[in-house]
Unconditional design. Structure first.
Lengths: 291, 158
C-alpha cells in the first residue's frame, strides 16, 4: 500500500487554521518559514499527515504599532524585521537576535514564530524576546489567550500549546525613555551556527544613568530559555559598576543547568553565560543612555 | 488526495504545474519545469546552490514547498542573461575565473545580484557576510568576492 499522502492547507483565516489543526487525526504541523520544518521532513524526523501554512493569514505577516508597543506577526521574516524603519531603534536586541539565525537565504524565510515553536533551547530570537518581556498571542478552539514567551516552551520540542492552538503574533511592550536591549551568543565561528550559549538583556536607566528596570535571559544553558530575575535584581539600582557586573555574572551562572556535549562542556557554558550576560548588559546600557 | 494545481510566475512567464505536498520548489523547478540551472547541493538550506528570488526575496528553493508559491513571482538563474547577453555578474565571474566545477555558481550569481540590487557598493565584508550562505569548495571565495566587487563597479557605471 502506498503511504498516506501529506495534506497541505493554506487557510486565510485564523479560525480556518485552528479548525484544521483541532480536527487533525494524525500528526499536524504548522508551517511558517519552513526553515526547520522542511529540513526535519527531509531528514525523516517528522512525517506530518497535515501541514497548515499560516502565511496567508494577514495578521501573521504584519508589524503594527499597538498601545505604544509593537505587535509582530508570527510569520514575519528576519529580513523584514531588519528592514523595518523603527523596530530596530526601539528593540535592537530583538532584531539582531532574529538576524543571527542562518544565512541571508534563511533570513528571507525564517520567522519568530517558527524559531519559538521549533522548540529548541538554543533558538537565538527567544532569549531576546524573553528579555524584551514579549507576550505571545495564541489562537485556539477556545479562542485567544496571551502567554509570556518564556512560558511557551516547556522542554526541548515540547510546547505549552494545546491541540489546535497556534502562535499568531508577539507583543513588545511600550518602551520608556532611555531603554534598550542587546543579545549576544557564543558560537565557535563567525556566522551561521547554533548558539552554545545566548544571553539577552533589556533595561531602562534614569537620567542619572541608574538602571531602574531590567530583564535578563539565557539560552542554551537549560532545557528551555531561562528568564533570570536574580540577574536582573543584581543590576537594578546600579550604574552597572564593576561590583554590579560581578553580581550579574554570578547570578547568571547560578541559573545555568546546561548539558555537556561536543559543542560545549557544562563548565564552559556556565562560564560563558556569565561573560555574555555582562557584555550584553553593557551594550544595552550604552544604547539606553544614547536614546 | 489529488496533486496541487499551482499557478505562478517564473522569470516573467506564467507557469502552471502539479505537485505533491512534499515536492520542494527546487524539485518543481528542476524536474517539472526543467529549469535545471538551480542546483541541489545539500537540500537542507546550508549550501545556497538552489538560491532563487521568491517575491523579490533571496531564498533557498529547497526550503520552500512547491505548493506554497501559488500566485508568487519566482526568478531563477535562467532569467539572468538577456538573450545571448550575459549579466555583468556573469561576465565578471568568467573574467575572474570565479568558478571551477560550477555547481555553486548559479546560486552565487543569484545571491550576488540580490546584494547589488540592495547595496550597489558593498564592502568586502558585506559581500562575504551576504554570501555566507553560499558554499564553494573549489575557489576559496577570493575570486568570487573580486568578481562581485568588479561587477559592482561595472553596474554603477552602467
Amino acid at each position: 500500500m502506498k503511504p498516506a499522502l501529506m495534506r497541505y492547507e493554506a487557510p486565510e483565516t485564523v479560525e480556518g487554521a485552528v479548525a484544521l489543526l483541532a480536527g487533525a487525526s494524525g500528526e499536524a504541523r504548522v508551517l511558517a518559514g519552513g526553515t526547520d520544518l522542511l529540513v526535519q521532513m527531509r531528514a525523516d524526523v517528522v512525517d506530518p499527515a497535515l501541514i497548515v501554512d499560516i502565511k496567508r493569514i494577514a495578521e501573521t505577516r504584519r508589524v503594527t504599532e499597538e498601545r505604544g508597543g509593537w505587535r509582530i506577526g508570527a510569520a514575519v521574516t528576519g529580513a523584514e524585521l531588519k528592514e523595518h524603519p523603527r523596530l530596530k531603534q526601539e528593540w535592537p536586541g530583538v532584531v539582531e537576535a532574529a538576524n543571527l539565525i542562518g544565512s541571508t537565504q534563511i533570513q528571507g524565510r525564517a520567522t519568530l514564530g517558527g524559531n519559538l515553536c521549533n522548540g529548541s533551547p538554543a533558538a537565538d530570537s527567544v532569549p531576546a524576546l524573553v528579555a524584551a518581556g514579549a507576550v505571545a498571542t495564541l489562537a485556539g478552539p477556545q479562542g485567544r489567550r496571551d502567554l509570556a514567551v518564556e512560558d511557551v516552551m516547556l522542554a526541548p520540542r515540547t510546547l505549552a500549546l494545546r491541540k489546535g492552538e497556534i502562535v499568531l503574533s508577539f507583543v513588545l511592550p511600550p518602551r520608556p525613555p532611555r531603554s534598550s536591549d542587546a543579545y549576544l551568543r557564543f558560537i565557535p565561528r563567525t556566522e551561521m551556527d547554533i548558539a552554545v550559549v545566548g544571553a539577552g538583556v533589556s533595561l531602562t536607566v534614569d537620567e542619572a544613568g541608574t538602571i531602574t528596570a531590567a530583564r535578563v535571559s539565557l539560552g542554551a544553558v537549560a532545557p528551555r530559555v531561562l528568564l533570570v530575575p536574580e540577574a536582573a535584581e543584581a543590576i537594578v539600582g546600579s550604574r552597572l559598576d564593576r561590583a554590579a557586573q560581578d553580581r550579574l555574572e554570578a547570578a547568571a551562572r547560578a541559573a545555568c543547568r546546561p548539558i555537556d556535549d561536543k559543542r560545549g562542556t557544562t563548565e564552559f557554558r556556565i562560564e560563558v553565560a556569565g561573560v555574555l550576560a555582562r557584555r550584553a548588559a553593557l551594550i544595552a546600557l550604552d544604547r539606553a543612555r544614547t536614546r | 488526495m489529488a496533486k496541487h494545481h499551482i499557478e505562478a510566475t517564473v522569470n516573467g512567464d506564467a507557469v502552471e504545474f502539479l505537485c505533491e505536498t512534499e515536492d520542494t520548489l527546487l524539485d518543481v523547478l528542476r524536474d517539472t519545469l526543467h529549469l535545471t540551472g538551480s542546483k541541489e547541493g545539500c537540500a537542507s538550506g546550508d549550501c545556497g546552490a538552489c538560491s532563487v528570488m521568491l517575491e523579490g526575496r533571496l531564498v533557498c528553493a529547497c526550503l520552500v514547498l512547491g505548493c506554497e508559491i501559488g500566485g508568487c513571482r519566482v526568478e531563477t538563474i535562467e532569467g539572468m542573461a538577456t538573450g545571448e547577453t550575459l549579466h555583468p555578474l556573469q561576465r565578471k565571474f568568467l573574467e575572474h575565473a570565479a568558478l571551477q566545477c560550477g555547481i555553486c555558481t548559479p546560486g552565487f550569481l543569484v545571491a550576488s545580484r540580490a546584494l547589488l540590487e540592495k547595496n550597489p557598493n558593498p564592502t568586502e565584508t558585506e559581500i562575504r557576510y551576504w554570501l555566507a550562505g553560499n558554499l564553494c569548495r573549489c575557489t576559496g571565495y577570493d575570486k568570487i568576492v573580486s568578481a562581485v566587487q568588479d561587477a559592482a563597479v561595472a553596474l554603477r557605471k552602467a
